[in-house]
Ligand binder design. Structure first.
Ligand code: HEM
Length: 409
């Protein structure tokens, strides 16, 4: 995507400092254009009923990470979320987060500067809260919000075959930065980490270099690293009924602060590509339940033809994951492919799928589906779940306020 640079977008006159005016300024920029025009400018509106980065079209690059708070002071947590919100307002509208060249050269730059000439590239930043924010490992209610813990923010059960690295799992706060430019996505994460210094430390980071899902039919279906189209049968952003049923938290479903929010489950899933690459086409297709080229369900012609579950093997991935096999429950998948070099223990590629799924209730949606897959999926011969996360993703910021305000105020 061509994109426009931050400077071209706003010009010098719109430059702002981080503190004060950030929310108002980005609001005025966006209020000057319709949603459609904002998308044309490579901007995804960051404000709204829901946070951006869930149903908004999936961008090409991702930096996802989690933070652990080093403070136990609720005001520090509130300040951090306010500063993050102000920074997100600036980052997603192409603004610097402070001066790259401060007047006083003895001060560090307010904005790190690495994205000064990068396009805004439809950047979205999506913030979530882990279970440990409400009750830590010693059952301590560090911030006096224990009573607000949603029942849906579950402790993830362990599944057959899990080999989870806890240092790469969970965390107090999660941040998902997606954009069509890798530097833009990294800059967003880097900026939030910089703001958090002294209040929170980075627990883990995962970079994703290619989308492996779609929330919008017009985007086309990408391929995962096993070479199959991924995201064909997903919950789509224009299907209001499905979003209401499967993604957004309605009033009365847990604590009020989560209304219009969602829950995200992340799984770092290693692919054993060396074994997969030696597997015949026939076997690969039987494992997934779709053809490799077209992505059609086995027994059908075209990608979007309806799946006939009687035609696909009983242990194929799509048969076990299908709504018909799971009390009609569905997930909104928004995953990315990753590659992190070589696993020194095996000499094999450390590569796979960073699975991301948004939903209304992980216990009713992700858990039963993953239970089936973990026990019976033919794909298990070629994959390994190595990290896991569950986060409550609060509602968006409508016109003023900050992310997490419904919980903390
Ligand atoms: C590396 C691991 C995985 C790979 C390579 C993979 C790949 C695929 C592929 C190629 C499809 C068919 C195209 C599509 O409809 O999107 C698919 C469908 C699906 N997958 Fe996965 N997947 C993985 C993990 C998971 C996990 C962990 C879950 C949930 C627990 C899951 C849930 C689903 C669902 C719900 C569908 C749609 C089924 C349908 O309604 O037809 N997948 N996956």
């Amino acid at each position: 995507m061509a994109g426009i640079s931050r400077r071209e977008l706003l010009g010098g006159a719109a430059k702002l400092s981080l503190v004060g005016g950030a929310l108002a300024a980005s609001g005025s920029l966006l209020s000057a254009c319709t949603d459609a025009e904002a998308f044309d400018l490579d901007l995804v509106p960051w404000q709204g009923t829901h946070q951006a980065g869930i149903t908004t079209p999936v961008q090409g690059q991702m930096v996802y990470g989690a933070f652990d708070l080093t403070t136990t002071n609720r005001d520090d947590l509130r300040t951090l979320l306010q500063q993050w919100t102000q920074a997100i307002a600036l980052l997603t509208t192409g603004e610097a987060v402070g001066a790259v060249e401060p007047a006083n050269e003895f001060e560090p730059p307010g904005d790190t500067g690495e994205a000064a000439n990068s396009p805004v590239a439809r950047l979205t930043v999506t913030v979530g809260f882990g279970r440990s924010l409400f009750v830590d490992g010693h059952a301590a209610d560090r911030f006096g919000i224990g009573e607000q813990l949603p029942g849906a923010l579950i402790e993830m059960p362990s599944f057959a075959g899990d080999v989870l690295d806890e240092n790469r799992s969970d965390g107090d706060l999660s941040v998902q930065c997606c954009a069509d430019d890798p530097q833009t996505a990294f800059h967003a994460f880097h900026t939030l980490a910089r703001i958090a210094r002294g209040t929170a430390t980075v627990r883990w980071v995962q970079v994703g270099f290619a989308r492996a899902s779609t929330t919008d039919r017009t985007q086309g279906t990408p391929r995962n690293l096993m070479g199959f189209k991924d995201g064909t049968n997903n919950v789509l952003r224009d299907n209001e009924e499905d979003l209401k049923t499967y993604v957004w938290v309605p009033p009365g479903d847990g604590p009020n602060w989560m209304v219009n929010g969602s829950y995200v489950v992340t799984r770092r899933i290693r692919m054993q590509l060396e074994a997969w690459d030696r597997t015949s086409l026939r076997e690969q297709q039987a494992v997934i339940g779709r053809t490799k080229g077209e992505g059609a369900p086995i027994g059908r012609e075209r990608e979007h033809d309806e799946v006939d579950l009687t035609k696909v093997a009983s242990n194929s991935h799509i048969r076990l994951a299908a709504p018909a096999s799971n009390a009609n429950f569905r997930l909104l998948r928004r995953s990315y492919s990753f590659t992190d070099g070589v696993d020194p223990r095996t000499g094999q590629l450390d590569t796979g799928l960073f699975f991301i799924a948004y939903q209304r209730h992980p216990r009713r949606q992700f858990v039963p589906i993953q239970n089936q897959l973990a026990q019976h999926d033919a794909l298990n011969k070629y994959i390994k779940h190595v990290a896991s996360g569950v986060f409550a993703v609060p509602p968006g910021v409508e016109s003023s306020g900050y992310l997490g305000e419904t919980l903390l105020d």
